[in-house]
Design a protein around this ligand. Structure first.
Ligand code: ZN
Length: 405
């Protein structure tokens, strides 16, 4: 009987989580009463506030399973329009399925879909073979024994400065690896004179999927998975938030539960963040720019995430971020906010992030994170190329200007 039970459990856990008729709502409470009403949904299973409910007149975005939608709308009506509601996505499952690369497109890699890890890996292997004297791949082994690949592009043996692009640290932010691979492709293949100049000026390192175990899990089991898949002795948590695990003011908010932002039991407890930090410390060249790609939110974040104080060379970096936001806006008209994570993310202080550690520990002139626009972690596949184009222009601008720092 016990064996049967375990087998059943095994089967259950192997079934991918579905999001049929899950909706994403943009909600704005217009009274204290409405705010309290909306907050009451936070406790329900599978309800997730992608952006937090902070105050009256502040819009939040919430993932709402179908079983709560009737009660939500009914009670919201009872509040006599005290809550503004916009249905941003009606059926999350549909958007997920449309975005994943179909089986018959396994041979193409052209940013028309979101690609599973194996496609990204074989595309990278192909680049390294094609440009054997210019492209080099280093691998860090993950907890589940996959490769976290870092691609080095070096067209000029005399280049001494590095631009490092880190992406995919949060599994469900699929637009991030998509943008990183797009930029990597442009850096290698573009015939644009400006890109050619920057290709020769720097050595480029791109790590498109820095949380490979989580990325695979988000494709195969749970599209909303954010953390790694690390299990550590003495902890019941599966996975840690890799962007809270770096040794910079680690876990100063005393996080212990296994929530989305569980930082792990100690700094660099995750094999990937540990490996990546060591890789950065051992770079033979000067790390000039460190760019971390996240989604969603249309923001450029400047260290430090735990402070509203503008430290180090914040003002100089802010100017570059302004130019980078302008370059981005010039492509599709999207506007990005700029500031420390504490100032612009509305989620309180952020501890243990990669860009903060890189800035504090390695004194890198430019260390910034983007919250790519990337619609609610489930950006429609048609947005991959326009988003990548705006991000390419922005990153190129930032890298070029950071050289002067
Ligand atoms: Zn993220």
């Amino acid at each position: 009987m016990r064996l049967l039970w375990f087998l059943l459990l095994g089967i259950c856990s192997a079934v991918p989580k579905r999001f049929d008729n899950y909706a994403i709502l943009r909600i704005t409470p217009q009274s204290e009463e409405a705010l309290i009403f909306l907050r009451s949904f936070e406790k329900y299973e599978n309800v997730e506030f992608f952006t937090p409910l902070t105050k009256v007149d502040q819009t939040a975005e919430v993932l709402l399973p179908p079983q709560y939608q009737d009660v939500f709308l009914e009670q919201q009506r009872g509040l006599d329009h005290d809550v503004d509601v916009v249905v941003a996505v009606k059926n999350v499952q549909e958007v997920i399925e449309e975005g994943v690369r179909p089986a018959d497109k396994a041979e193409s890699f052209d940013w028309s879909y979101f690609y599973p890890l194996e496609d990204i890996q074989s595309w990278i292997t192909g680049l390294a073979e094609e440009y054997s004297d210019k492209v080099e791949v280093s691998n860090i082994k993950t907890y589940e024994n996959r490769d976290l690949s870092i691609v080095k592009v070096s067209f000029n043996p005399k280049a001494t400065k590095v631009v490092f692009i880190e992406a995919g640290m949060h599994a469900r932010e699929w637009i991030s690896p998509a943008v990183a691979t797009y930029i990597l492709n442009e850096i290698i293949h573009s015939t644009d004179a400006e890109i050619e100049e920057l290709r020769n000026k720097f050595n480029w390192y791109v790590a498109p999927v820095t949380n490979p175990d989580g990325y695979v899990y988000s494709f195969e089991k749970d599209r909303m998975w954010r953390r790694t898949r690390t299990r550590l002795p003495g902890s019941d948590c599966i996975g840690i938030d890799a962007n809270r695990n770096w040794d910079f003011h680690f876990n100063e908010d005393g996080h212990t539960s296994c929530g989305q932002t569980y930082p792990g039991p100690y700094p660099f407890s995750d094999i990937c963040t540990r490996g990546l930090s060591q890789f950065l410390l051992n770079l033979p060249e000067k790390l000039q720019s460190y760019i971390s790609l996240h989604s969603f939110g249309a923001k450029i974040l400047i260290p430090y995430g735990n402070s509203t104080e503008h430290l180090d060379n914040y003002d100089e970096v802010y100017k570059i971020a302004e130019g980078a936001a302008k370059a981005l806006e010039g492509v599709n008209g999207n506007h990005f906010e700029i500031g420390t994570a504490l100032e612009v993310m509305k989620q309180g202080k952020v501890y243990g992030s990669s860009v903060d550690w890189v800035k504090a520990e390695m004194k890198v002139p430019l260390s910034i994170a983007y919250e790519i626009k990337g619609d609610f972690f489930i950006a429609p596949k048609e947005t991959i190329i326009p988003t990548s184009e705006e991000m390419l222009q922005s990153v190129l601008y930032a890298a070029k200007e950071a050289e002067k720092l």
